[in-house]
Design a protein around this ligand. Structure first.
Ligand SMILES: [Zn+2]
Length: 215
């Protein structure tokens, strides 16, 4: 079942944080909901693009930096990390049309292969040639994703894997607390499909750069 990025625009993002109840003085878990497109934009680092005409894929990878959660920390009394973490984030588009020559709205892509030097054993990138691929679309192209943040791992990786939309093997995930209501609530109880804010921001960057068409 191919998954399109448009399907993944979930409304399920939110922070689960521990807050001390002012009346009972006990700690409780509070979810602060936020939609993906309400999220402040994150910094996307240098973009790496790998176009593979043989398997008809185009893959983009960048480090995406998390910013401070946009909630009033003083008001809720939450303890959330303030340092901006960077996560390697990847989006791969499948079934992409490639041609040897330019066509309407095509995008140029240099294709490299890794060649090992027989004497030194050193692996070098050698330019195979220039190809052209169609502009990518959130409606048309199936995608597979990889994200190294905990949200991707705990909320999205399992349902995406079931939909055949994860790059590589998902990491093993062991719950640290008992099931709810004793432990923390399930992040994604209905196994909805979705993407984390890092994937979303990489997608926005690709739209900004003209690699992905408007959505
Ligand atoms: Zn992420």
């Amino acid at each position: 079942m191919p998954v399109k990025l448009k399907q993944l625009k979930s409304d399920m993002l939110g922070f689960i944080s521990q807050v001390r109840d002012k009346k009972t003085k006990k700690m409780k878990l509070v979810r602060t909901p936020i939609r993906l497109d309400e999220y402040p934009s994150l910094f996307v680092g240098k973009l790496e693009k790998t176009a593979s005409p043989g398997v008809k894929t185009v893959t983009y990878t960048a480090k995406v930096k998390s910013e401070k959660p946009p909630i009033d920390r003083a008001a809720t009394g939450t303890k959330l990390q303030t340092s901006a973490q960077e996560y390697i984030t990847t989006i791969r588009f499948h079934d992409v049309r490639f041609e040897d020559t330019e066509f309407t709205n095509s995008i140029e892509a240099s294709i490299f292969s890794n060649v090992k030097d027989k004497k030194t054993g050193e692996v070098k990138k050698v330019l195979d040639g220039v190809f052209y691929h169609e502009k990518l679309s959130v409606d048309k192209h199936a995608v597979s994703l990889k994200g190294l943040c905990t949200d991707f791992r705990h909320r999205w990786e399992t349902p995406l894997k079931a939909a055949n939309a994860v790059i590589g093997q998902p990491r093993k995930y062991n719950r640290l607390t008992p099931p709810p209501p004793v432990g923390r609530p399930f992040r994604n109880p209905k196994n909805k499909l979705g993407m984390c804010k890092h994937v979303w921001n990489l997608l926005l960057e690709l739209r900004e750069k003209g690699e992905v068409s408007e959505f």
